[in-house]
Design a protein around this ligand. Structure first.
Ligand code: SF4
Length: 285
């Protein structure tokens, strides 16, 4: 059995930053810390951190102690509420996401309409969108472009920023931008900010390469992890057999033995020990 493991698998720099800092903060706090939403999209990591005192809360109103802000970031309301109620925040938002929050605020202040490309119910998108101001529109699919353009025209603004969630599909980003540019080349000042994180881009490229060479692709990552789902979608375009798992426990040795070559790649929130477990399991067959 030939096994190819993606070089860009596992924790990205942002997730590493958030998890490492959270561990350090937890060491200092005897009474544990609250985290607003899942700190990262990986249940095994959340379980490990909860044993060290991390409590996941769904609303800032439920905070009992200092509150950690997760890797994906949160919306403007949360910062405002914390300030008003003197709740101390430990902001561990990935620096790349914070940079996008700053960019959209800057462009919004400079009278730009903003098209934010992102998955509508993803926490990062919800957070970023809250910083875009009222002259903005969220685009998840090509079919959203018509309404986005109507809103842009109604605003009477002539400047447009196109920016995206860090883990948005590279392919879809390019398709949406080219469609908008096709319809809006004249009379508008358009700035395109390719804010898809490098870690996401590299991983999607690698998933594409590996999946075109193997019989089975195993994608490891949280079931609610957006970047992991993208790796699944990209792989599915090139390989008939693609599995999305969280841990090696979901693998059936009888099934895996049917394949001569296997590709393994993991999302940005998957810790190394989970990847190694899967690789060892496949090697053992
Ligand atoms: S994928 Fe990129 S933007 Fe998202 S947490 Fe990782 S480094 Fe940050």
């Amino acid at each position: 059995m030939n096994i190819i493991v993606g070089k860009n698998s596992g924790f990205c720099a942002g997730v590493k930053y958030t998890v490492t800092k959270a561990e350090k903060e937890l060491e200092k706090e005897k009474n544990g810390l609250d985290c607003l939403g899942e700190i990262i999209h990986n249940s095994q990591v959340i379980e490990t951190l909860s044993k060290k005192g991390l409590r996941t809360i769904d609303f800032i109103e439920n905070a009992k102690n200092k509150v950690i802000i997760r890797a994906h970031g949160v919306s403007k309301d949360v910062y405002n509420y914390a300030k008003e109620h003197e709740i101390e925040l430990i902001d561990l938002t990935c620096p790349n996401v914070l940079k996008i929050h700053e960019q959209v605020q800057k462009y919004s202040n400079d009278n730009y309409f903003i098209f934010l490309l992102g998955i509508k119910n993803h926490p990062e998108t919800i957070g970023t969108y809250s910083f875009c101001g009222e002259n903005s529109y969220l685009i998840e699919e090509l079919s959203d472009i018509d309404n986005a353009i109507i809103n842009l025209k109604n605003s009477n603004l002539k400047n447009l920023l196109i920016i995206s969630q860090t883990t948005f599909s590279v392919k879809l980003f390019d398709e949406i931008v080219s469609e908008v540019l096709k319809r809006f080349s004249k009379n508008y000042n358009i700035h395109v900010e390719k804010s898809i994180c490098n870690a996401t881009d590299l991983r999607q490229q690698e998933a594409k390469e590996i999946s075109s060479k193997v019989d089975l692709m195993i994608i490891i990552g949280g079931k609610n992890s957006s970047n992991t789902k993208k790796l699944y979608e990209v792989s599915k375009m090139n390989c008939e057999n693609v599995m999305h798992i969280e841990t090696k426990n979901e693998l059936d040795s009888k099934f895996i033995r049917n394949f001569k070559s296997i590709g393994i790649i993991a999302g940005a929130s998957t810790p190394d020990f989970i990847i190694n477990d899967v690789v060892d399991f496949c090697n053992s067959l």
